[in-house]
Design a protein around this ligand. Structure first.
Ligand SMILES: [Zn+2]
Length: 215
């Protein structure tokens, strides 16, 4: 696929995530592998306004950035997973409700549906602790370490990261992850673990004063 069409396919996928209620506002991000890095959605621009040229290119080592917007604040999750997993060519991070509920419980979701085996490779692991989005590098390291050889991951108290060999596959992985999480949450009825008060205050400060301004 040529670059502009690929960029447009990312925008179309963003709009689909909004349509199906997996993302509200700009809390989500999508990337595709491109050249020796990735093309990723920018920070803080609503999906309805996105144009292909708004997306940002980031090299695999993070040193080269092309584009006039700031790359998504969660770019390190994407970048480090691409670096660790050469077969993955698309990553979708959303904040869908049941996958986030499962991420609040903090368990790995065991392989409870056939689609999980086929698309995800078995269980959906979870990061071992909450890392705020403001700690980009730490969150990226935690994610790339925790996902192992699976195609989906739950970020504690945050949401799912879903991968595929192409964008269409990553989008299906999102739906399969949400369905598995729904089954797990509804059938186990476990209590969610809240975010520590210090991180609640930090999250509010990040949103008001730092979001979209930091790299
Ligand atoms: Zn997020």
């Amino acid at each position: 696929m040529e670059e502009t069409a690929l960029r447009q396919s990312v925008i179309d996928a963003c709009l689909e995530l909004t349509d199906i209620g997996f993302v509200y506002g700009t809390w989500g991000n999508i990337s595709v592998r491109w050249e020796d890095g990735m093309i990723i959605t920018p920070s803080r621009i609503s999906y309805e306004q996105l144009k292909p040229e708004d997306l940002v290119y980031v090299s695999i080592d993070g040193r080269t950035v092309r584009g006039y917007n700031t790359a998504s604040s969660e770019k390190e999750i994407h970048r480090l997973i691409y670096a660790a997993r050469p077969e993955i060519n698309a990553i979708v991070h959303c904040h869908s409700a049941y996958a986030t509920a499962a991420a609040d419980i903090g368990d790995a979701i065991p392989p409870i549906t056939e689609e999980m085996c086929q698309l995800i490779g078995g269980e959906i692991p979870a990061t071992s602790r909450f890392v705020p989005s403001s700690h980009h590098k730490e969150l990226g390291l935690e994610a790339s370490k925790s996902i192992g050889d699976k195609n989906a991951l739950l970020l504690r108290n945050h949401g799912p990261v879903c991968c595929g060999r192409d964008l269409a596959e990553a989008m299906i992985t999102c739906r399969v992850t949400e369905k598995a999480a729904k089954i797990y949450v509804v059938t186990t009825r476990k209590e969610p673990a809240p975010i520590d008060p210090e991180w609640v205050a930090d999250g509010r400060d990040y949103f008001l004063n730092r979001y979209g301004k930091e790299n």
